[in-house]
Design a protein around this ligand. Structure first.
Ligand code: SF4
Length: 332
């Protein structure tokens, strides 16, 4: 027998395009293992109906790695933990080369990331130079992820032509203080609001499997739905040695898939991206299951500090699943 929440979701989400509420998401997260195949199938139908078969492929590069003054407990780039990531900067020619290599995979988005609380003048100047150089050399959308922004910085990024800004809420508002103590969830929300008002696309997601309860995971999905981001990167905690969350267990694969599908049903129209941690949580089989369970975007190459998959493997998988890569002309 089909679980009641799936029957309701078929009508509400698939037919009408209205995302699940927080309590419905919780029902989904509590579904029995036997219901997971039906859940994934429905999430896939929802994705096909409201987003289409295209998959957005993105590349990501870190211009400033490690040495961050913040204390996000999952992050090996914090300078406050005994993590193995050392501070390093990337120069402009290397940035342009990375953008060219990303474009060559068929990717439409190239995201420039820095491990900082927010950009300082040096980083903003580097970004200005980098964005100009990339635009002159490569046809690709440029995204950025530079932490919390002032209004002036939002305006500058918009003027540079940054297409999308990534800033993750990371987790539910109620759980955030257990994850980060050096800034607040509300400060992150404020940056997102400014980004949206300035006309940049909003990319906002987080990490699941950080010790939050299922109620808090459902709360997080509802808070993202309220924000209505253009894109949601979903990460699964990959416990990094030396970080406060280094000893947490890797999330169970079925739980991870339930979460993917639940987020798709809460956010029927968003670009839902598999971000970091899927290799350790799901492996190859799970990547395929997720692509058939609501996900419609992938990152190619490295995930900042941990080695991701070989881009060719993801691109081969998309070919096999007959999911076309979204073209640049569709994103403008
Ligand atoms: S998640 Fe970002 S802000 Fe937090 S410690 Fe890591 S790099 Fe710094």
């Amino acid at each position: 027998m089909t679980a009641p929440v799936l029957t309701a979701a078929r009508e509400q989400v698939l037919a009408d395009g209205v995302g699940l509420t927080q309590s419905q998401v919780l029902d989904v997260l509590r579904l029995a293992d036997d219901d997971v195949p039906d859940l994934l199938a429905l999430a896939h139908e929802v994705r096909m109906r409201w987003c289409g078969p295209e998959v957005e492929v993105e590349g990501i590069v870190s211009v400033k790695t490690g040495g961050c003054p913040e204390d996000c407990h999952f992050c090996s780039q914090s300078g406050l933990f005994a993590s193995p990531v050392r501070a390093a900067w990337l120069d402009i020619p290397a940035l342009v080369k990375a953008a060219q290599e990303t474009a060559a995979t068929g990717a439409t988005e190239f995201c420039i990331v820095a491990a900082v609380r927010g950009p300082d003048d040096r980083l903003m100047a580097q970004l200005r130079e980098g964005v100009t150089a990339i635009k002159a050399a490569v046809d690709i959308n440029i995204a950025a992820s530079l932490g919390m922004l002032s209004q002036q910085q939002v305006d500058e990024l918009t003027a540079m032509g940054v297409h999308r800004y990534n800033h993750n809420l990371e987790t539910a508002r109620s759980y955030f203080p257990q994850v980060v103590s050096t800034h607040t969830w509300e400060e992150r929300w404020d940056t997102l609001t400014m980004v949206r008002a300035a006309g940049m696309e909003v990319c906002c997601g987080g990490i699941v499997g950080m010790g939050e309860t299922l109620e808090q995971r459902a709360e997080f999905a509802a808070q993202l739905a309220e924000l209505e981001p253009d894109e949601v990167p979903l990460n699964f905690l990959n416990p990094r040695p030396g970080t406060p969350f280094g000893d947490l267990p890797v999330m169970d694969g079925k739980d991870a898939l339930r979460t993917v599908a639940a987020f798709r049903l809460a956010l029927p129209r968003t670009i839902l991206r598999y971000a970091g941690g899927r290799e350790v949580t799901l492996g190859d089989l799970g990547t395929r299951a997720g692509m058939l369970g609501g996900v419609n975007a992938v990152i190619v190459g490295n995930y900042l500090t941990t080695l991701g998959r070989d881009p060719a493997r993801d691109l081969d998988l998309l070919g096999e699943l007959e999911m076309p890569i979204k073209a640049l002309s569709q994103t403008l």
